[in-house]
Design a binder for this molecule. Structure first.
Ligand SMILES: Cc1ncc(COP(=O)(O)O)c(C=O)c1O
Length: 398
């Protein structure tokens, strides 16, 4: 493959699982609420009512994306807060009712879930950590065995942020429901990439985050099925039906609603396009770079994510070298950036420490083109070859 130039300093963004650029329509919808439409949605006067109407329209749109009712959506400051509200809230509710609170989760969750469960463990809550198989999947039979009489909550993600592997949430939730246990799903990496319907999945709570599908940062939601009792975890005013105190972030909520409306409309065409690009990238890598493997490649995955182990190189070195050539992507988990630790997800899949350090995550999005893929494939094999020649991770010299 001939190397191609970067015309006009083109930069290619392949890190959509870290965050996405808000769509132009989303920004346009938000702008008036950063300016003249600045009211507090709790105020009774016309400024407040203007904001309230916009918030409720957004709530309808968020609900619409996941097949929920408007009053089942609580706005939060993002996926992390929604995960905390679901997990801490369920445990608190059980304790307030005099019950014990055993939680089941998995070893491949996002830190928003893992570290929340660890914090609860430290304060006396028992947690069972389900393993992953080598394809990155959590098993239904493991969940069946893990549920106990005192289990309050099962929390398993929909799509993994590193591998894109989709968990069998419908089957897992069925097990929880048949045992009378609440089921929470962190759908941050699934929403906007695959169809998500709370009734089809049979879940009690579902976490969403706008910035992963072309909405603004710092806004998310927790779906709470009607009838599920959850105390708030923050104290303050009565906003969000008493579930989440604090003045609503009206511009971000409006942008979130718009991102949901557009996602519902364009999901299948956009994801068809992105899935084709992802398949081309994977084929190109497998055809032109020796000793690579696609992590989670045998499992069902969201269409935009490719996680590849490149043996004998460090993912971070690859990421930095590719960045200098104009490609933005991530080594392992973006959320673990700043730490040298190999990905907990890849380790849970049985990948060894050294190979886990050579993992690269390419996550595509709506603005990517065939040309982006061709440019990437024109430089990637050469970068790998060069780094391998000087790599301290070469297993033949270890
Ligand atoms: C699966 C998953 N859950 C939760 C989060 C946290 O979401 P937020 O960035 O909105 O707090 C992320 C972000 O990377 C994620 O990928």
């Amino acid at each position: 493959m001939p190397a191609k130039d970067f015309s006009e300093g083109r930069r290619v963004y392949f890190d959509h699982n870290a965050t996405t650029r808000a769509r132009d329509e989303v920004i346009d919808a938000m702008l008036p609420f950063l300016g003249d439409k600045f009211g507090n949605a709790s105020s009774l006067h016309f400024f407040g009512q203007e904001a309230r109407i916009a918030v409720e329209l957004a709530r309808t749109r968020v609900a619409g994306l996941i097949g929920a009712e408007q009053e089942e959506i609580i706005f939060t400051a993002g996926g992390t807060e929604s995960d905390n509200l679901a997990i801490r809230g369920a445990v608190l509710n059980s304790r307030m009712n005099g019950g014990k609170a055993h939680v089941v989760t998995s070893s491949i969750e996002h830190p928003a879930v893992i570290n929340t469960c660890r914090a609860l463990e430290e304060s006396g809550t028992e947690v069972t950590w389900l393993p992953s198989d080598s394809d990155g999947m959590v098993s239904v039979s493991d969940l069946e065995e893990a549920i106990r009489d005192d289990t309050t909550l099962v929390s398993i993600m929909l799509a993994n942020n590193e591998t894109g592997v989709i968990q069998p949430v419908k089957e897992l939730a069925e097990v929880a429901r048949s045992r009378g246990v609440l089921f929470h799903v962190d759908a941050v990496q699934g929403t906007g990439k695959v169809p998500v319907d709370v009734d089809q999945l049979g879940v009690d709570m579902l976490t969403l985050s706008a910035h992963k599908f072309y909405g603004p940062k710092g806004i998310g939601a927790l779906y709470i099925r009607r009838g599920v009792l959850l105390p708030p975890i923050l104290t303050g005013g009565h906003q969000e039906m008493g579930m989440r105190p604090g003045t609503e972030n009206v511009p971000a909520i409006v942008g979130f609603g718009e991102a949901c409306r557009i996602s519902l409309e364009r999901l299948s065409s956009e994801m068809g396009h992105i899935g084709n690009l992802r398949d081309l990238i994977e084929k190109g890598i497998l055809d032109h770079v020796p000793d690579v493997s696609i992590n989670g490649g045998n499992a069902p995955r969201v269409p935009n994510t490719c996680n590849v182990t490149v043996t004998s190189v460090e993912g971070e070195a690859l990421t930095l070298n590719l960045s200098m050539l104009g490609f933005a992507l991530s080594s392992g988990s973006a959320c673990a950036t700043g730490s040298d630790d190999p990905s907990h997800v890849l380790l849970a899949m049985g990948i060894d420490n050294v190979d886990a350090q050579g993992a690269l995550r390419i996550s595509l999005g709506v603005e990517n083109t065939r040309n982006d893929v061709d440019l990437f494939l024109s430089v990637f094999p050469g970068v790998v070859k060069r780094l391998r020649q000087m790599s301290p991770l070469r297993k033949d010299i270890l």
